[in-house]
Design a protein around this ligand. Structure first.
Ligand SMILES: *[C@@H]1O[C@H](CO)[C@@H](O)[C@H](O)[C@H]1NC(C)=O
Ligand SMILES: *[C@@H]1O[C@H](CO)[C@@H](O)[C@H](O)[C@H]1NC(C)=O
Ligand SMILES: *[C@@H]1O[C@H](CO)[C@@H](O)[C@H](O)[C@H]1NC(C)=O
Ligand SMILES: *[C@@H]1O[C@H](CO)[C@@H](O)[C@H](O)[C@H]1NC(C)=O
Ligand SMILES: *[C@@H]1O[C@H](CO)[C@@H](O)[C@H](O)[C@H]1NC(C)=O
Ligand SMILES: *[C@@H]1O[C@H](CO)[C@@H](O)[C@H](O)[C@H]1NC(C)=O
Length: 328
């Protein structure tokens, strides 16, 4: 049955009106939301003196130039093997971004999946895919690395395919640690084990001695499979006498992060985090030398790479830039 034309026009008019009203409301709600975001005070608090310092002191500039050379020095002094836990489904989506951004800065980077991919390349482990098999993947990956790459690095970093790592800062942190000691580091969680354990998503790094103990004794002391990869690995390390420790900087600011930078900055934490975080999610100021972030989508890996390695405020870091290009 056809509606009379007049009614049709009224209905059409109503529809358009409602649509416009709806768009207006959602727009103003969004604006309201943006307006309610509070600037994190500590960020602006520490930024200003930093700017001032870089402008004023020639010594500050000098220090920065030393830092440039230092990254190159640490590349051979603090060798880091990175391994990424992935799956055939996400290999060419997520790991491609890892490979093209932070992965290339590790002394060696390995991708572990349930299937071998000779082209990428990815190493296939004898495991089924799925969340419930993550422990198996980690245990087998460390076993593989122990048998094939123990002498290729001093430190062995596990990360997910949505973890972003600033490798120079990882080396800087590790440069004051001793890889001959049974230790490992990451975003410290406190439940389940007396010494705590580290978040799987933020990535964690084992010393050579920790990996050596894993290779020698894990068959006796550690589970081969389980549902909670990071807790299982944590329990394994605990049994092998591998110790946890703080990775905060000298101002008590965090370096490993199980969330993305935005969540850390605005403290948009889920409630479980308040109980899990070793420091009760209180000391959440991020270090200028932060090491890792989690939940980074592939596009955001390139974005972070741009922010960290390319974007410069003109006039503040000129000499660093020139030093990096060998002009000083
Ligand atoms: C920078 O810091 C110095 C002291 O270190 C101070 O005297 C000066 O006023 C500061 N400049 C600005 C622009 O804040
Ligand atoms: C920079 O610091 C060094 C020692 O740390 C000092 O010997 C030198 O005089 C300082 N240079 C300037 C320009 O302040
Ligand atoms: C893979 O695991 C299965 C089941 O545990 C086992 O039967 C098989 O021999 C393993 N294959 C390899 C190549 O290790
Ligand atoms: C590192 O630890 C080993 C084992 O305890 C020790 O022999 C070595 O002297 C330490 N190295 C440094 C630089 O402290
Ligand atoms: C544990 O034992 C299995 C079977 O003998 C072996 O394949 C594996 O390499 C051992 N684990 C380690 C870490 O060496
Ligand atoms: C974060 O840094 C600010 C500025 O330095 C400081 O006032 C504040 O106490 C810090 N917050 C925490 C929780 O450490």
């Amino acid at each position: 049955m056809l509606l009379p034309l007049k009614n049709f026009k009224i209905i059409l008019g109503l529809c358009v009106g409602i649509c416009i009203l709806f768009m207006y409301i959602s727009q103003s709600m969004q604006e309201g939301k943006i307006l309610t975001i509070k600037t994190p005070r500590w960020l602006s608090a520490y930024r200003d003196p930093e700017f001032n310092n870089s402008m004023e002191g020639k010594n500050k500039t000098f220090t920065s130039i030393v830092e440039v050379n230092d990254a190159l020095r640490l590349e051979t002094k603090v060798r880091v093997l990175c391994w990424i836990m992935t799956s055939p489904k996400t290999l060419y989506k997520k790991c491609k971004a890892v490979k093209e951004t932070w992965g290339k800065r590790c002394n060696k980077v390995l991708f572990f999946s349930s299937q071998t991919d000779a082209n990428f390349p990815a190493i296939g482990l004898n495991v089924s895919e799925g969340r419930q098999h993550l422990t198996e993947k980690t245990m087998m990956a460390f076993t593989y690395i122990y048998h094939n790459h123990l002498n290729d690095a001093d430190w062995f970093m596990k990360a997910d395919d949505d973890t972003y790592v600033i490798v120079e800062n990882l080396r800087y942190f590790l440069s004051s640690k001793n890889s001959s000691l049974p230790v490992y580091y990451g975003h410290w969680f406190k439940p389940f084990l007396k010494q705590g354990y580290y978040s799987g998503g933020a990535g964690y790094v084992l010393s050579k001695e920790a990996l050596r103990r894993f290779g020698k004794f894990s068959n006796k002391s550690c589970v081969k499979a389980g549902h909670y990869e990071d807790v299982d690995l944590g329990r394994c390390m605990d049994k092998l006498g591998v110790l946890t420790g703080s990775s905060h900087d000298d101002q008590g600011r965090s370096r490993f992060h199980c969330f993305d930078p935005k969540t850390m900055l605005f403290r948009g934490f889920p409630s479980w985090y308040l109980e899990y975080d070793k420091y009760g999610a209180k000391k959440n100021n991020m270090s200028d030398y932060a090491i890792s972030f989690h939940y980074i989508a592939p596009a955001n890996m390139y974005l972070l790479d741009y922010y960290v390695y390319h974007l410069r405020p003109y006039g503040l870091y000129k000499r660093i830039h020139e030093a990096a290009h060998g002009k000083l």
